[in-house]
Design a protein around this ligand. Structure first.
Ligand code: ITT
Length: 184
């Protein structure tokens, strides 16, 4: 089975990517070496830069995953700053920011960056549109999952299989795997 190094410090991403990619014939191995995260508006730029940097550092083909939540009523905030905002504000404070707001629309985005040493990176994006819940619900998933609602359930209330069938990460990884298979 083809094996690709996944450079990330987030083990939840690794679990999800493994469940999505192994049935498609791709094995992944986590590497924690990290990469410089550009201060950029676009996840594509952050993921592309990170993948190129890590591929050259490890001298191996690598993938990275840059994700974020884009909240309509906050003009897309926190977007590319989602990791920082999760650490500093957290889900409860985000719900407070939206208190009384009737526009609950939000979008989760994932961009997979892939690069071979000495080459230019490729990026593959996926997104899922939903709403910010009124309260925190569910303890499955991770990050913003307990406040991201799709239909009647939050991602935090969905089993892995369910989230992985419809998620932003699934959509991005599917594009990536299709491309990998056509470009061995
Ligand atoms: P790496 O950069 O090391 O991969 P990270 O957790 O810092 O890990 P990001 O920079 O992509 O990842 O930050 C994205 C933030 O969005 C972070 O707080 C995650 O917990 C959260 N997040 C990412 N994927 C998510 C998902 O599927 N559901 C909910 N929240 C998610």
């Amino acid at each position: 089975m083809r094996k690709i190094i996944f450079v990330t410090g987030n083990s939840h991403k690794v679990v999800e990517a493994t469940r999505i990619m192994s049935p498609l014939g791709i094995e992944i191995e986590q590497n924690n070496c990290g990469y410089p995260e550009l201060q950029e508006d676009k996840l594509e730029a952050i993921a592309g830069f990170g993948a190129k940097w890590a591929a050259n550092k490890l001298n191996s083909e690598v993938m990275v995953d840059d994700s974020g939540i884009f909240i309509d009523a906050l003009s897309g905030f926190p977007g590319p700053y989602s990791a920082y905002v999760a650490r500093t504000l957290g889900n409860e404070r985000i719900l407070k920011l939206l208190e009384g707001d009737t526009n609950r629309r939000a979008c989760l985005k994932c961009v997979i960056g892939y690069c071979r040493p000495g080459h230019e990176p490729m990026v593959f994006g996926g997104e899922v549109a939903g709403e910010i819940a009124k309260d925190i619900r569910g303890n499955l998933g991770f990050g913003y999952d307990p406040i991201f609602e799709l239909g009647i359930l939050t991602f935090g209330e969905m089993k892995d299989e369910e989230k992985n069938r419809i998620s932003h990460r699934y959509r991005a990884l599917l594009k990536f795997v299709r491309w990998l298979k056509e470009n061995k």
